[in-house]
Design a protein around this ligand. Structure first.
Ligand code: 3HC
Length: 652
């Protein structure tokens, strides 16, 4: 039974059981409608508790039903009926109360949550707005600007925050169902509060706050339409009668559902989940990991260590001497302090995490580690040396991972006997924040080591994408391809600031030249010098980056690179760079032509798509979806466009 009703004295408990996340699929809606009828009919029932079996309360409408013909009962109508019930309904919340789940809780007369519950309206992340009354009821329960923040950003709030803003009535001290039953018994004896739909909107905390939140949401939307609609719908819900606002919200929801942006975002939602379930590791038993050792306490090593700590692992960080160990430890503690100040962790948790963390200068301290991640300098000889030392000091069954972004992980694995336990774990900086983790698959790796790597990534809250061994794996290989194309366009007629503007206008967070200026041009220059002898002379080579470095223009850190940086650090187009580019085109006999933003992006996306096709044909990525997941999560490719591989199909 998807929805069942059980009697507890004069309280009926309506329980939804629709794994994995109790989404309000048609069967759930039907079951709830029948449960409502039954409890309304039954004179013995004085109040109702609505609860969910399994890991969570309703986590939203069933996304798999979107884009298909609607089957009655629809959620908004059902919720209107529950809200009008003659008996009080108490929502017993746990897990992730999201989207249609929170909208269901809003039509109940009381809400009580387990302490670890998270509540939110994440529809905007799917290119939607709430479609079952969220924009209308939420600002009638909590201050409108807080409602707008939740709806416009899609970010969930903790139970603690929910209680503070009035979204829930109480946090259960122990079992949430028992606490909900108590609340229901109490509610049965008093007058049912007015449903939200009958109430006036809440008043704002201050008169400017709503506009400030709205402006922030609009500024961050960057091409995505749903956040704009969210602002518009909440504004409307504050100014017109609730029943009209409900109808307007539904109309906007239906329009957005068939918009290409929502289709792309839904595609990415499922692509990210599919990435974690690759065929190679499916059904393979994983090794238990409780203790992780991280070699190297630089920015990357510290980020990885913090990420592991925040996921509850014991962590030992190894550095070469006491001074380096001290700085590495300070970096980790700084990250944890940041998490504390952003309320990601409580003060008690912060103290516990300190106890889980140790630094050492001897490889002998690795003995307890189930997994060792080396995050030392990106140099093959250095990494090979570390691997050999790990072979001596780490447990013989410990999984050994190399955090490299370009190097040959096969070669690294071959440094030791028993290379079946060596994997690549390519983290992205900052490692404690970035969601993507490329799991690089060396030829000799065992299925067990690989499956454990995937499981480990998931436990860190990351999206693991398997990548074959090649120069740059999926992410950096894609980036090299579009950077190369941008270089070609410099010679063909576009200027750095024109290309960057087109990229930002497209929705990318930063243009390719500003990004290089930020990273520093000297690092890639020395790499190019190293590779110069082996470069294919037939390959088109753009020397503009080298010429900038020859003039000491290493990017932002030297105040000059592709751009000139003013006193405020703002990037300004530089006539000298323009003259250099024009001269280079002339020297090569290239007739420059103007590029409109569309033409620039067509070439950049085209380069991504052809590199993606090569990556697929070589088996470096398992699917086009994996490439799109990498692009969205490594480089901020605008999620609402799906990804370059998706765009190729969507435009057919
Ligand atoms: N509909 C259908 N399937 C869903 C779903 C949903 N709303 N939410 C999750 N699932 C599925 C996933 O696809 C996955 O399926 P799979 O095992 O076959 O791959 C499974 O449930 C488990 O999901 P996760 O792997 O993501 O599990 P996590 O534990 O990591 O995360 C979660 C759980 C936080 C609930 C996360 O799945 C999530 O954020 N879900 C989406 C929530 C959401 O966006 N809700 C709003 C929907 S739109 C809406 O409600 C419209 C309304 O206003 C009318």
């Amino acid at each position: 039974m998807v929805v069942s009703v059980t009697q507890h004295g004069d309280i009926a408990v309506v329980t939804i059981c629709n794994p994995p996340v109790n989404a309000t699929s048609q069967a759930v809606r039907q079951g709830l409608a029948e449960a409502l009828d039954a409890t309304e009919r039954d004179p013995e029932v004085k109040a109702v508790v609505l609860a969910c079996a399994g890991r969570t309360f309703i986590a939203g409408a069933d996304i798999t039903e979107f884009g298909k013909p609607a089957v009655a009962p629809n959620l908004p109508d059902l919720l209107t009926r529950i809200e009008a019930a003659s008996k009080p309904w108490v929502a017993a919340l746990h897990g992730t109360v999201l989207g249609g789940g929170l909208e269901t809780a809003l039509v109940c007369s009381h809400r009580i949550a387990a302490a670890a519950t998270r509540l939110g309206l994440p529809e905007v992340t799917l290119g939607l707005i709430p479609g079952a009354g969220g924009t209308v009821r939420l600002p009638r329960l909590i201050p409108p600007e807080r409602a707008l923040e939740m709806i416009g950003t899609g970010k969930p709030v903790s139970a603690f925050e929910a209680k503070k803003i009035g979204l829930i009535d109480a946090i259960a001290e122990a079992d949430v169902l028992e606490a909900a039953l108590d609340l229901a018994r109490h509610a049965a004896g008093v007058t049912k509060p007015d449903p939200l739909i009958k109430r006036a909107p809440q008043t704002s905390e201050n008169e400017y706050e709503f506009d400030r939140v709205a402006a922030k949401i609009v500024a961050r939307a960057r091409g995505q339409i749903a956040p704009h609609q969210a602002v518009q719908s909440v504004r409307l819900a504050l100014s017109i009668p609730a029943d009209q606002a409900l109808a307007a919200e539904r109309a906007a929801f239906v329009t957005l559902q068939s918009d290409p942006q929502s289709r792309a975002l839904r595609y990415l939602f499922f692509a990210e989940r599919a990435a974690t379930k690759n065929a190679r590791t499916k059904g393979i038993a994983t090794r238990g990991i409780t203790h992780v050792a991280v070699i190297g306490g630089g920015t990357m090593g510290a980020g990885i260590a913090a990420s592991c700590l925040l996921a509850g692992y014991g962590v030992t960080m190894i550095e070469r001497d006491h001074l380096a160990a001290k700085s590495g430890a300070a970096r980790v503690v700084n990250i944890l302090k940041g998490s504390l100040s952003r309320s990601v962790i409580s003060p008690e948790r912060y103290d516990q995490l300190q106890d889980l963390f140790a630094v050492a200068t001897s490889y002998a301290d690795l003995a307890a580690a189930d997994l060792v991640i080396e995050a030392v300098y990106e140099d093959l000889a250095v990494k090979l040396d570390v691997l050999r030392r790990l072979e001596t000091h780490a447990r013989p069954d410990a999984i050994l991972a190399s955090n490299t972004s370009y190097l040959d992980v096969n070669q690294i694995a071959r440094a030791i006997d028993g290379s079946d336990r060596v994997i690549g774990l390519h983290f992205f900086a900052p490692a404690h924040i970035m969601k993507l983790l490329e799991i690089v698959v060396p030829d000799a790796v065992s299925d067990e080591a690989l499956a454990t790597g995937v499981q480990f990534a998931r436990s860190l809250g990351k999206i693991p994408v398997l990548a074959g061994v090649c120069d740059g794996f999926i992410a950096n290989r894609m980036m090299s391809a579009y950077r190369r194309e941008a270089d070609h366009m410099l010679e063909d007629g576009a200027l750095p600031w024109e290309i960057d503007k087109a990229m930002v206008g497209f929705g990318l967070p930063v243009g390719v030249f500003q990004m290089q200026d930020l990273a520093g041009l000297d690092i890639s220059w020395s790499m190019r010098k190293r590779l110069a002898a082996t470069r294919d002379p037939a390959q088109r080579y753009v020397a503009i980056g080298d010429m900038l470095c020859e003039q000491g223009r290493f990017g932002r850190k030297t105040g000059r690179g592709y751009y000139l940086y003013d006193d405020q650090g703002e990037a300004q187009p530089d006539p000298e760079v323009e003259a250099m580019i024009l001269a280079e085109s002339r020297r090569k006999g290239i007739r420059r032509r103007a590029f409109a933003a569309d033409a620039i992006m067509a070439r950049i996306i085209g380069a991504m798509q052809s590199e993606g096709a090569a990556i697929l044909s070589e088996g470096v990525a398992a699917s086009p979806q994996d490439i799109d997941v990498v692009m969205a999560n490594a480089f901020g490719f605008p999620r609402w466009r799906g990804g370059p591989m998706y765009m190729a199909v969507a435009s057919e």
